[in-house]
Design a protein around this ligand. Structure first.
Ligand SMILES: C[S@@+](CC[C@H](N)C(=O)[O-])C[C@H]1O[C@@H](n2cnc3c(N)ncnc32)[C@H](O)[C@@H]1O
Length: 283
């Protein structure tokens, strides 16, 4: 486990994932009943943008650095931007919030967060960050196993975010699909958000076709695929595109994203190869 999210925090991929996360949580609040969020790969909670790792790999400058002072951002970005401002209260962009902190920023006092993180240092940092928040439970454990053990939620409604580091891309893709399939058997109406890097668009399309085939097996699947690219995708180059597959997407999500994505792609573009995709998939 060599992956450290601090090198990548606040890049285009985080922005895509966290905008989707904040929008799904907004939707879950439409009903008064409590909900739960499980973050299977939680990370350390907050990232110092002036820290050593972020300075050595300043992906955030081309990411959140371009969003921070966006005065006329689309309304759909408001929940995400509110979470970003909440950790930079003095008006200087120094800190980037990770997914557990973004989730909690939108959650109410009776909602519940279960955040898993396997790396001891990252888990320790996350525990310290969330210490004292009665809504949050931090588990130093394998997030895929936690999906098997802790679903369905006692609340009977909520979201599972699956965000592996892809140190071994094929292995973690297979683990994610297996965990998703098993989770859907037990908690079929839960919302699932699965983030994937896109190094090759055709390969991701083919993986999705296989995934759907595997996931469907006797059930009707309703999913939304959301992609954001800041440059032309090349398999050898650095990561310039990513995709979130959302199973059981809230009906408010596609309209909100169709407002946000074109503006985001234009704002984060590194070349005319930037773009976005929003596609309903299912069977
Ligand atoms: C992409 S980062 C997570 C970022 C976080 N979700 C966010 O958006 O702020 C992936 C994290 O998963 C952790 N990790 C790796 N394998 C894991 C596993 N099997 N279960 C839980 N955490 C794991 C890594 O240590 C790393 O902190």
């Amino acid at each position: 486990m060599n992956y450290r999210h601090a090198f990548h925090a606040g890049n285009h991929a985080d922005i895509l994932k966290h905008v989707c996360l904040a929008l799904v949580i907004e939707h879950l609040k439409h009903k008064a009943a409590p909900f739960a969020v499980m973050d299977t790969h939680g990370g350390r909670g907050v990232y110092a943008l002036d820290g050593q790792e972020a300075q050595r790999s300043p992906e955030w400058r081309e990411g959140v650095g371009r969003i921070w002072d966006w005065t006329d951002a689309p309304a759909a970005l408001a929940p995400y931007l509110a979470a970003l401002r909440a950790v930079n209260e003095d008006g200087e962009l120094r800190t980037y919030p990770g997914s557990p902190v973004i989730a909690l920023a939108g959650m109410r006092e009776h909602d519940r967060l279960i955040a898993c993180e396997l790396h001891p240092e990252e888990a320790g940092a996350l525990r310290r960050r969330l210490d004292g928040d009665p809504r949050a439970q931090v588990h130093q454990r394998n997030g895929f196993e936690a999906m098997g053990a802790l679903l369905p939620f006692t609340e009977r409604r909520g979201l599972v975010l699956i965000d592996p580091p892809y140190e071994d891309r094929d292995h973690e893709t297979i683990q994610s699909i297996r965990a998703l399939r098993a989770a859907l058997d037990r908690f079929g109406h839960g919302i699932y958000m699965w983030w994937r890097p896109v190094k090759d668009v055709r390969e991701t399309d083919m993986a999705d076709a296989e995934l759907l085939h595997g996931l469907v097996l006797g059930r009707t699947l309703n999913a939304l695929r959301v992609d954001l690219a800041v440059d032309r995708v090349t398999p050898e180059g650095r990561l310039v595109a990513s995709s979130v597959l959302i199973v059981n997407p809230p009906y408010t999500l596609a309209p909100a994203l169709s407002e946000a994505l074109p503006a985001l792609a234009a704002r984060l573009a590194l070349s005319d190869g930037a773009g976005w995709r929003l596609e309903s998939i299912g069977a």
